[in-house]
Design a protein around this ligand. Sequence first.
Ligand SMILES: [Zn+2]
Length: 658
Amino acid sequence: MSAHCRTSAFVALAVCAALVGAPAAGAQDKAAAPPDRAGLADTTFAAATVKPAVPVRAFPFDLKKVRLLDGPFKTAMDRDLAYMKSLEADRLLHMFRVTAGLPSDAEAYGGWEKSDVEVRGHSTGHFLSAAALMYASTGDAEIKAKADAVVAGLAECQKALGTSGYLGAFPETFFDRVESVRTVWAPYYTIHKIMAGLVDMAEHCGSGQALEVAAGMARWVKSRTDKSDAAHMERVLNFTEQGGMNEVLANLYAITGKAEYLATARRFDERKYTEPLIHGVDKMKGEHVNSFIPNIIGSAREYEMTGDPVLRRLVTFFWNEVTGARSFVTGGTSDNEAWESDPYQIYEELGANSHESCCTYNMLKLTRHLFSWEAAARYFDYYERALWNGILSTQNPSDGMMMYYVPMKPGMYRTFMKPLDSFWCCTGTGMENHAKYGDSIYFHDDTGVFVNLFIASELDWTEKGVRIRQDTRFPDDPMTTITIGAGKPVRLALRIRVPVWAAGPCVVRLNGKAIEVTSSPSSYLTIDREWKGGERLEVDLPMALRLESLPDRPDVAAFVYGPIVLAGALGGGDKLTEDMVYGKYGPEGEPVRVPYFDVKPTDPLDTWIKSVAGMPLTFRTSYAGKPEDVTLVPFYKLFGERYTIYWQIGEPPQRRER
Ligand SMILES: [Zn+2]
């Protein structure tokens, strides 16, 4: 949030699967029972859930059923966990206690959590979401205990604030300012984060207390917004960021079955955003990106709860437009927090303050919804690209600190949060990002599993009595191995995503012997058979180097290898001081000079760029760079120096003009 970012916390689909259960109708869905009701049996709400009103073609697994194995994602998750453990419950609660008139001798955190910053408290919500996801992903009891303590503290504050259900780290008078359209940062945005954190605690940690506090907040939101007619509500929404209020309220409806939550959710639908989308019109230029996306996630969730086809139409159009006409090669989007250009005009968007991390986080959430409706591989073609290049790449491997903007402007450098003095929106979504890598590797229907992502992991599909282990060193090694664990033979359709980037047929070996399969890019290859424990499937994933040009500038392009975006290592790390790098949303100053490539677009790539022997995914240009050649490495591995993702291919226009 600028800032003015917004995000929202993961919930939707997992709630859909784990709490809300299987859809009401649809032959292929009837056996797809929620995988992990048992973990919620001790809470009061597990029985009162609403099934989706629409057919669901693929369900996520409960995060508890997936464990990451060694690899870059597990390493990033471990770093995130270490950071989260360094945060203190009393400091996360301090301004809530002050606001509620309760004693607190803790110190407020810095940055956006300082006692005079108007979005204070949002990080406490993000922490709860991230802790709930982290507990589900790892079973780490310490992080759960800390999050439980925060929930208990929030419950005390809510009680001390009266009977309305209001809870915040700032007084309720902030909402008077919103309603009278007087300057205030984003109180609904902040409330959304807290509610989403509580709902995540209910879902992943079975916290009845968290659900109770969230329900109290929803009651307060309803009474507060009931006073506004439709026109006033629209004015309020256009004036302030509200994050995913519609999403979290729809999730609460799904959990509790209380129709008033769904009705209140719909009051947060921003018609300014949705009306053009319904008619297939992109009027997104000038809009604040991370306000827009969460509101459409809410529309997606409302579609699942209501079955209204108009909602599905607008969500689908939006997703196609953002991923097709408004995204960088990394899967990220936005420049200076907005869409500043018309569709397909990406060149102007290559800014130093582009690609806000929260936007990628939210696009991934939205993608999960669309995938669940269609089970189409293209959604994971996008997801994979954004996950490697726009999420994994935003955490500093040396200290776990996370990024706000991801500069697309050639010749810039990365900047990071400080551990205790930033607490930006992207710090919050960052904590969540690295806690939930297990949530999308596998989806399922009643007959089998979708293997969407090539990430070392193990899935325990208890209902089927089967464990699926994926061993892979992808992308360093272009293959993955699936091993079935089962006490007795099990009929199962194993569906492996054939990526859109596959540079040839995916050779498949069953128990060491090549088998015939059909594999076309951006589809699933399916092995439907009876599996015995110990059987093994190996799948080659042929990767190749390619250039992807900007739609509006065919002479400006990025190198991509499989799904992995390569960046040019430009050096200059010794001149990047701690002051330039830490505690900054984005880089400052001028970019360094970036070489161009003196080649023709028709020159075969292998004539001017070669792989570097012994170094996977590393390439070096050969007699092509002017004034010098460059080395390219995966963007997600390139830290501590200046970089370029987009390159001028052929002589730059200004030189040609001279
Ligand atoms: Zn952000």
